[in-house]
Design a binder for this molecule. Structure first.
Ligand code: DAH
Length: 360
């Protein structure tokens, strides 16, 4: 056992002298590695006579415990020394900017921002928000909205259909947010004053069309709602959204199965310079479809068309976002390119409100 004592002393000295974590690791392997000196001694216990083992066993085990303790202590001490040395040399540049938090670094997608702007404007006019599902039935997307079966207006929508179910009915991806009008009228009693922002889908793709796009639907139902109310609401929205004091609007007769009369709306703009400007100029740009809700649609929602009337409109969100913020290619909206988002995105805390200026 004598040489073990000498060996133990050598190991203790080496631990005290170790001046780095690596040096300490080398000692640990030397003592306790697979072929380590103490490991070997422990292994040899099994070949000893039981008398010898009774003496050597406790000695070796307490040595193992002691050396392990010393290694741990020395490691702690070395770490402290290394840290103090680093601190002593470190220089802190207090002029460096503070690292940005996620709330500062993150960016809100322009579509989300524009939806928030739209909601801010309509909530100020006491509208509430409604939603509907993206996967719709033919009934809500077409039939209840007075699209007759096999009517060409259905084909105009280039619909994505799902495979038929066991009854042969095909679900579809809603082609317009108008489907959610029906769902709202069926569960909410008038007066109704809602906007429905959401995703819509059509088989279409180029620089200004994407198979998935966004619309906002508006619906007002009450006993004395008129076209004049609709024109005022839409004009007020356009002025506020494009942040101009006045804007001329052109209401052109059109056709939608769910409104009568139906109109398409152009707003006045100036396209003579590179940037499009609203509220002045001699050009016109189509931005939405609208009309007075068709009596048949009211009846499909169990509303008495002699008692109630109302107006509705549908507008492409992506398009007005592109126009307002000068973003030329719609497809880039959905490419999930972080560089695009860093350029066109909005700061998370720039929440649009009317009292603070929509885009201040
Ligand atoms: N749903 C129509 C479309 O996607 C837009 C629209 C037009 C909605 C007139 C309406 C409306 O609510 O009254 O083209």
């Amino acid at each position: 056992m004598k040489n073990i004592e000498i060996l133990a002393q050598e190991i203790r000295d080496a631990i005290n002298a170790a001046d780095s974590i690596q040096a300490l690791d080398t000692i640990r392997v030397f003592a306790f590695g697979k072929k380590g000196i103490i490991s070997e001694q422990l292994k040899s216990l099994s070949s000893m006579s039981s008398d010898m083992r009774k003496i050597a066993g406790p000695v070796l085990n307490s040595l193992k415990k002691q050396i392990n303790g010393l290694l741990t202590e020395r490691r702690k001490q070395l770490r402290k020394e290394i840290f103090s040395a680093e601190i002593a040399h470190a220089k802190i540049d207090v002029t460096l900017p503070v690292r940005q938090t996620p709330a500062e670094r993150g960016r809100i997608h322009p579509i989300s921002q524009v939806i928030d702007e739209i909601i801010a404007i309509f909530s100020d006019m006491r509208f509430t928000i409604a939603m509907g599902p993206d996967i719709e039935t033919d009934y809500y997307n077409f039939t209840a909205l007075n699209f007759p079966q096999r009517h060409p207006a259905r084909e105009m929508h280039d619909t994505f259909f799902f495979n038929p179910d066991e009854k042969g009915a095909c679900k579809l991806l809603r082609t317009h947010t108008s489907a959610a009008q029906i769902r709202t009228m069926r569960k909410q009693k008038p007066p109704i004053r809602i906007v429905i922002p959401g995703k819509t889908y059509r088989i279409d793709s180029d620089t200004t069309h994407s198979p998935m796009f966004h619309q906002v639907e508006g619906l007002v139902i009450d006993k004395t709602v008129t076209i004049a109310n609709m024109m005022w609401v839409l004009e007020h929205f356009c002025k506020t959204f494009f942040e101009v004091p006045s804007v001329k609007m052109r209401f052109r007769p059109s056709f939608f199965p769910f409104t009568e009369p139906s109109m398409e709306v152009d707003i006045q703009c100036d396209r003579s310079k590179a940037d499009i400007k609203f509220g002045k100029g001699k050009d016109w740009l189509e931005i939405l479809g609208c009309g007075m809700v068709h009596p048949k649609v009211l009846r499909n929602c169990n509303l008495d068309s002699e008692e109630y009337q109302g107006f509705a409109w549908g507008m492409g969100i992506d398009r007005i976002a592109m126009l307002k913020y000068g973003m030329p290619d719609l497809r880039a909206f959905f490419d999930a390119d972080i560089r695009w988002l860093e350029h066109y995105g909005f700061r998370p805390l720039d929440i649009p409100t009317l009292f603070d200026g929509l885009t201040s």
